[in-house]
Every structure is written in C-alpha cells, then in structure tokens.
Design a protein around this ligand. Sequence first.
Ligand code: PLP
Length: 462
Amino acid sequence: MAEPAPVLTNSRIVARYRERTPKSAKLADEARRAFPGGLTHDARALDPYPLYVERADGARKWDADGNDYVDYFGGHGALLLGHNHPEVAAAVTRQLSLGTHYGSAHELEIRWAQAIQRLMPAAERIRFTSSGTEATLLALRLARAFTGRTKIARFASHFHGWHDHLAAGYVNRFDGSAPVGVLNAIAADVLVLPPNDEAALAHAFAAHPDIAAVILEPTGGSFGRVPADPGWVHAIRRLTQAHGALLVFDEVITGFRCAPGGAQAVLGIRPDLVTMAKIMAGGLPGGAVAGRADIMSYLDGGESKRLGREKILHFGTYNANPVSAAAGIAALDQVATTDVCARANAYAERLRAELNEAIAAARVPWAAYGTFSGFHIFTNPKGRTMAPDRFDPLALPYDELRTNDPALVNKLRLGMLNEGVDINGWPGGNVSGAHGAAELDATVRAFAAVLKSLKDEGDIRG
Ligand SMILES: Cc1ncc(COP(=O)(O)O)c(C=O)c1O
C-alpha cells in the first residue's frame, strides 16, 4: 500500500486532475472532517484527494463530475463479473423484497455452500464469515485448535487481511515484530518467511516443531505482485504434510477467479483449509472458511461434546446473510456455467502484452507482468537496465517487486485517471469478464499517453 505522497503543485498531471474533478475535491474536504485521513480504506489513498465515484456499470464507473473510467479496482477484486451483472442484480433485488436478515437458518445458505462445494472439492465443510479478514482469523484458530500447536508461518508480501495475527509482514515489519497496537506476544508466534524459498520453510520447520499452519496466497503476494513459483507451492504442501502442519490457501482473491475451482484447481493441490471472500459473495460483503471435515468439526458443538473437547466459539451477525447469499449463488453460477474466468484471464494476458509494447515504444525501463486476470506494473525502483520482454519477476528479490516510489505511483494513477482509467496502487489491477476490446484500447492508449507525460515532467527517464 502506497504511503500518501506529497502534493505536487507544479505538475501538469496534478493540475489536470484538479480541473477535471472539482466535486471530488469538495467531497474530500468534507471527508477529512469525518474520517481519519479522509479515508475509509488505506488502499484508496490518493493525493491531492481520492476520486469520488457515483455509479458503476460493467467495466466502467463514473465520478461525481460525470467523468467515466475503465475500472481496474473491480471492487478490490470482488467483481469478476463486472459491476451490476444482471443475474446478480436480479438475485439481490429479489432477496431485498424477501427480507435482508432472518437471524435464522435459511435455504439460501445451503445452496450457497453447495455452489462452493461444487467448484472446490476441498470444501468438505464451510463456515461463513463477513469478510476475508474474519476468514483468515478463523482459519488460524481452527489450525491451532486442531493441531494443538502455536506458531503460524506466513510469507513476506502476502496479504491476509488486517487482524492482529497477520498484520506484520505485508506492508512492513518483515522481521515479524509487532505493528503498533498489536501485542508482542501475538507477533512472536507468527513467523514471517521469505517467499519462494523452500529451504527457509524447511529450516523453520526444523527450528519450530510447533508450527500449526502455513498460510499463503497461492499465486503469490497481492495476487502475484510477488509471484509464487508453483514448484515452491508444491514443496509447501509436501513440507506441511511431512511435519503435521496444516496448509491454508488464502483464496480470498484467487478463488473462483484464476479458474472456477480457484488457484488450487490450477496448481493441482488440495489444501487443508481454504479462506475465501470477494467473488464468492457476488460483490456484497461475505467470506468463508472451508476445508477438511475433521478440522472444521471444531465448530461442531455436538461432535466436540462427543469427543470431550472444547468447541471453537464463532458468531457473526452477518454470517451467511440472505442478500450476500443470493448474490453469491448467482455469481458462482456464472463462474460455473460460463467462461468468465477464461475471458478475464485472456484479456489480462493481452493487456499485459500491449502495455509492454507501450513501455518498449516509450523506451522506459519498466514492465507489465502478472498472472491470470491480474496485472502489475514494475516501476524499477533500483533503476535496473531492463527490457519488458525479458522481464522475469521470479528472478528478482521480493522486496524489489513490492517497493516503489509512492510519489511516482501516485502520479501514474492520477495520470491514468486523467485519461479515463482507474488502476490501483500495486500499481496494477484486476480484470473482469466485462472488460472488452474498447476498454483494452482505451487502457493502452491512456498508458502510452501517461508514460509520455511522466517523461515530460521528468519523473521517469528513458
Ligand atoms: C488474499 C487476501 N486475503 C484476505 C483479504 C482480506 O479480505 P477482506 O478485505 O474481505 O477482509 C484480502 C483482501 O484484499 C485478500 O486479497
């Protein structure tokens, strides 16, 4: 996540952003009096102020001043089907008229779970949560209860939400020390290991026999910004099995996106537990932990009593709420019965290639890369001599892939907004099945124009 960059007063890019978005500027002034930093999510930070969006449809969204944008935030990755997919919208509308919260069991929660089970065989049992953060929190508790062990191994740069157990090692604290507000005692039992390093994990298992679980984003940190070598992921499966630890695939972003069965289907690996959110809730709030029935049975009161062990308590006002269930069922039906995953993947592959052509034409030492329906822009923080067609992210240290100049990324994003494209701060984005040829052309044209502006303003050499 980029730190707020200094506001630039002498930049044509910044001036144009201000000219185009006066209503966003006004709303941002009000927001600063309501929210710390004027923000409701750290990843939405932008200087001099964030864009305020009024409506969205398909692959596009419109700001408060009526400007339209090709959207690559995609609801932080939740909107594989794009905004307002007709089947999802109809299911939500229907459910709204039937009630939003019963505080009771209801049939849709079963249908929702069955839709997940159909796509993900590892989901022998499921417990719904309200978010991906809650899902990873519950997964770790299940793993510790099941194994009777204490420690968790995680990988630097992989994101698993913001709760205390996994707060260190994504943006900072790669030494595993406790971020502000987190207890040292919690951080001490979470090992932050380097990604793509089988030996480091083997060494951790040798040094710590009490590792309960290893959790990872199975295609790499931030949806492949730091890509995971598939051979390394298979090694993690072998090592966890050999040492009696659980393997938790955090498929909050990859689930139902890389392929209908998620990254686990592509990799051919069956994790013990899976965390999911985003697409599985059809763009509404929702998440889940799923996995082996024997592990999930720690949530089963009857079974726990029979075995004379303590049950894991788990509540949550919005668990399996009927509106999210309706949206999730409709979305997962599209995933199961259409080629939406493949279409989004194909678009992103073409986009990455065309962005690299623009980079090469502009003679800028950057590269577009990524896997499945994601794309990332490597902005070359160390000033390497490089060409985009020979760029291999796996050959670079993870911290070089995840580091960039916040002021430069901020300006890149402003420039893209000026040209009608909203990318996120990786920098990069998520593609949906609603992105088509018009969006691709608009994005590549915008990117070429912004590279030129950044060169003109002296922000990049080349
Ligand atoms: C891989 C991964 N895990 C967990 C989370 C946290 O999910 P949520 O934002 O729903 O709490 C995210 C969110 O982006 C994610 O990408």
